[in-house]
Design a binder for this molecule. Structure first.
Ligand code: FAD
Length: 410
């Protein structure tokens, strides 16, 4: 039987793989998107119940690829203020959208809504051929192309393409198949996610509170509900997950304080073990790795999906530009062009989130004093604050066209 042919196979239809399929629609490339877990199953790992904070740059990318309107119609919560504090110390910083002349510092939205809106967009626009549920079991590259073996509920399919893009998440099994190595560091921390009701909600206000056992974020969602991202030492997780709702709320309130009044009605608690996973070189022969498969970072500054979306915006632009000049999109020169354009953002964002964890876990007196001085000083240093926020909002450096509100190519 002859192999099925496409220009590109995207491995993994999670948030990043699905975003890329939408982004590439305007290039006219023939794309196969292979996803292991059914999109509508309650167990889809990428489109789960977690609430994501989306940076303004990400909203522009999602708008440019045609998904933002549908996401917004399901309800998104703007973040107008962020309070950052160091529990038990005096350092505090307040950030407000109005300081930067923008309506919101970010938007809170459920991962499930983002994922399903992307899949709907792919189906409506025929952006890609969906293989789902289907698992990529082997990838073999040669100088002319790539052979991808796909297992679709018992039957095997072989797809031939010019370029394979690996977006199969932090636990990627396909990176190794194309010779891309990854390193992993265990943070020894687990994020516990749930939602709670606040007796004194502050609409549009998010909180990031650093504690000795890890950061605790509270993100505003609809009405008086808040999404909790409680990072705990992995040794304590079982206790926090299994204790009664009363004990959980008591412990949460001690950690968070009274900023939102009494916290009640916790939803189901879900754990996410936290690791830093990085590839040194995202490029293989006719292969490229993006999103969490290339860089899985700590959720402390809510940057993971935002960073991956910037991979998508740059990659779509690079491929569209080389296509315009009739170049083979699987060639090293094309893939290296992507790598060079992404190198700084990926490195800086990864280092920033990793440094935050180390700095706020360090209880040496000089470190505690130093970080609290910085937190307070930021309130009086508008230029430093603005530089920091531009980075967090994905609006610094050489911006890809989708973030600038332009189509992929002139
Ligand atoms: C607690 C927590 C909070 C977070 N909060 C935020 C936030 O506020 N803002 C933000 O920007 N980011 C946040 N993130 C990060 C964000 O969730 C990830 O960056 C994002 O999900 C990465 O998407 P991905 O598609 O790269 O990988 P994944 O979500 O891991 O998706 C990979 C997909 O590939 C599929 N797959 C795997 N292997 C195969 C195979 N062999 N064949 C076919 N398919 C395969 C999987 O089924 C999955 O659907 C958070 C993360 C955590 C853990």
């Amino acid at each position: 039987m002859a192999d099925t042919q496409y220009d590109i196979v995207i491995v993994g239809g999670g948030l990043i793989g699905a975003s890329l399929a939408c982004a590439l629609k305007s290039t006219g490339l023939a794309i196969a998107l292979v996803e292991a877990v059914s999109f509508r199953s309650g167990t889809q790992p990428s489109y789960d119940e977690k609430m994501l904070s989306l940076a303004p740059a990400s909203c522009r990318i999602l708008d440019g690829i045609g998904a933002w309107r549908a996401i917004k119609s399901h309800g998104v919560t703007p973040i107008e203020h962020i309070y950052v504090s160091d529990r038990g110390n005096w350092g505090k910083t307040r950030l407000s959208a109005s300081e930067f002349g923008i309506p919101a510092l970010g938007y809170v939205v459920s991962a499930r809504v983002v994922g399903l809106s992307l899949v709907r967009r792919i189906a409506d626009t025929h952006a890609a051929e969906l293989y789902c549920p289907a698992k990529v079991t082997a990838v073999e590259t040669d100088t002319d192309g790539v052979s991808v073996s796909v297992d679709t509920e018992g039957s095997a399919v072989r797809i031939r393409c010019r370029l394979v893009i690996l977006a199969d998440g932090g636990t990627s099994t396909t990176r190794g198949m194309v010779g891309i190595e990854a390193s992993a560091k265990d943070y020894g921390q687990t994020a516990i996610l749930c939602t709670v009701t606040s007796a004194s909600p502050r609409p549009g206000t998010a909180f990031e509170r650093f504690t000795s056992t890890g950061p605790l974020a509270m993100l505003p969602t609809t009405g008086d509900r808040y999404a909790v991202v409680w990072t705990a030492k992995t040794d304590d997780v079982e206790r926090i997950l299994c204790c009664s709702a009363e004990e959980f709320l008591e412990r949460l309130q001690v950690r968070f304080g009274d900023w939102l009044g009494q916290l009640t009605s916790p939803s189901r608690r879900r754990p996410y073990a936290l690791k830093l996973i990085q590839v040194k070189h995202p490029v293989g022969r006719r292969a490229l790795v993006i999103g969490n498969a290339a860089h899985t970072i700590h959720p402390v500054a809510a940057q993971g999906f935002n960073l991956g979306l910037r991979d998508v915006a740059v990659l779509a632009e690079v491929l569209a530009t080389h296509l315009k000049h009739d170049r083979d999109i699987g060639r090293k020169e094309v893939l290296n062009n992507y790598r060079d354009r992404r190198r700084h953002d990926i490195r800086n964002t990864t280092r920033f989130t990793d440094a935050l964890i180390r700095i706020f876990a360090n209880e040496r007196p000089h470190m505690v004093v130093g970080r609290n001085i910085v937190l307070n000083a930021l309130n009086h240093l508008p230029d430093a604050k603005s530089a920091l926020m531009k980075r967090a909002m994905g609006l610094n450096g050489n911006l890809p066209r989708l973030i600038r509100g332009l189509s992929l190519i002139d």
